[in-house]
Design a protein around this ligand. Structure first.
Ligand code: UD1
Length: 359
């Protein structure tokens, strides 16, 4: 049996690693196609190294572009690879442009598709990722969900029950495996108390007035805890356009995007994480670190219902007061959602190969 994995952007890499490992243990033949959506070394290569993944078998090198250009390039370049390799199943991950592009190619070739992290919905169709999720799930044959809300969403959209498999969260498989090493990597010169910030969603960073306002709010908070801010390439471009650089922000440490282990180590030590990422809402829930999400909605409601996540929306005053509350020790202790236990990938491998999971 040949399984072909498609990855392209930073949040895919920590999801493919444990699934590939579990499939290898189950004896499946595999190959990995990297679309090249993310191409900077610190957005891509470093993750393969740290996660112990072999280099991708094929790199489509699509690079940046508008959503249409990027998606179209992936479609055009991926089709011949699938035709040549003839896999038995193609696995796609998460909700990035690479995910939907590869799924569309396979659906037209009548090639079976498995979607890892299926069923998540923000119900906000202004998010490009929501469109990617909806389309990918509609054409997938095996839908692996991380939490039961995913199953409910898919059933409501008419996906057949027998295609849906609640397996848990593969990103948490990686977190559990790497956490001991990540804790060893925490830099010695960290401030005693710090807030960790990541922002990259178009809705937060493409509006330059809003972005500058958010930085001023963070600078204000920084008298209570230093702010560490690894800056995504999209955000760096926008900060440059807004004429913002570190000089005007003495309490905020603007940093390059961090490798997986370093970032995980920081999440485990942060007093609070402020983010608009999807995956970070989940990682902080597992770690029990308070998380404030600068979005009006989340496709990961279990992190709010069970975990440590709070939505602060597009409201600066709320961000300020909620952060100060957390820093004053007033944060709810969260729990860990069911099946976020380090074995989601074993369950996926068992379903694909028909062999019993080792756990
Ligand atoms: C993508 C995903 C998003 C995910 C995020 C994580 C989609 C629709 N979005 O958003 O879901 O949360 O990745 O990082 O797929 N760039 C670089 N170097 C790189 C990669 C990108 O400089 O290695 C620049 C590009 O030139 C572009 C910008 O960053 O201008 C955005 O990259 P892109 O992949 O289009 O989307 P993201 O915003 O990263």
């Amino acid at each position: 049996m040949l399984i072909l994995h498609v990855v392209g952007a930073r949040p895919n890499f920590m999801k493919v690693a444990p699934v590939a490992r579990a499939l290898q243990s189950a004896g499946a033949r595999q190959c990995v196609v990297h679309t090249g959506q993310h191409y900077d070394a610190n957005m891509s290569d470093v993750f393969f190294r740290e996660l112990g993944m072999p280099a991708p078998d094929v790199n489509l090198q699509v690079g940046s572009g508008s959503h249409a250009q990027q998606t179209a390039e992936i479609i055009a370049r991926f089709e011949p690879v699938v035709l040549e390799r003839k896999p038995d199943l193609v696995l796609v991950y998460g909700d990035v442009n690479s995910t939907v592009a590869a799924a569309l190619v396979c659906s037209k070739l009548l090639m079976p598709i498995g979607h890892v992290e299926a069923g998540l919905r923000s119900f906000d169709r202004t998010m490009p990722e929501e469109i990617n999720r909806l389309m990918t799930d509609q054409v997938s044959d095996l839908l692996f969900t991380p939490s039961s809300d995913g199953d409910e969403n898919l059933l409501r959209e008419g996906v057949a029950r027998e295609k849906i498999h609640l397996v848990g969260n593969v990103m948490i498989d990686t977190l559990i495996r790497m956490l001991p090493l990540a804790k060893e990597r925490v830099p010695q010169d960290l401030p005693l108390r710090f807030a960790l910030v990541t922002l990259h969603r178009p809705s937060n960073v493409d509006d330059l007035d809003w972005l500058s306002g958010m930085l001023r709010t963070l600078e204000g908070i920084a008298t209570d805890a230093e702010v560490l801010f690894p800056v995504h390439p999209r955000t760096r471009q926008r900060l440059a356009q807004a004429g913002v650089n570190g000089a005007g922000l003495p309490h905020i440490r603007l940093m390059e995007p961090l490798p997986y282990l370093e970032f995980l180590g920081l999440q485990s030590r942060a007093a609070v994480v402020i983010t608009d990422s999807g995956g970070i809402q989940e990682e902080t829930t597992y770690l029990g670190t308070p998380c404030l999400t600068v979005r009006e909605n989340t496709e990961r409601p279990v992190t709010v219902e069970v975990g440590t996540n709070r939505l602060v929306g597009r409201n600066m005053e709320r961000l300020r007061t909620e952060t100060l509350k957390v820093l004053a020790g007033q944060s709810r202790k969260g729990g860990i959602p069911p099946l976020w236990d380090g074995h989601a990938s074993d369950r996926i491998a068992a379903i694909i190969t028909g062999k019993r999971a080792s756990a």
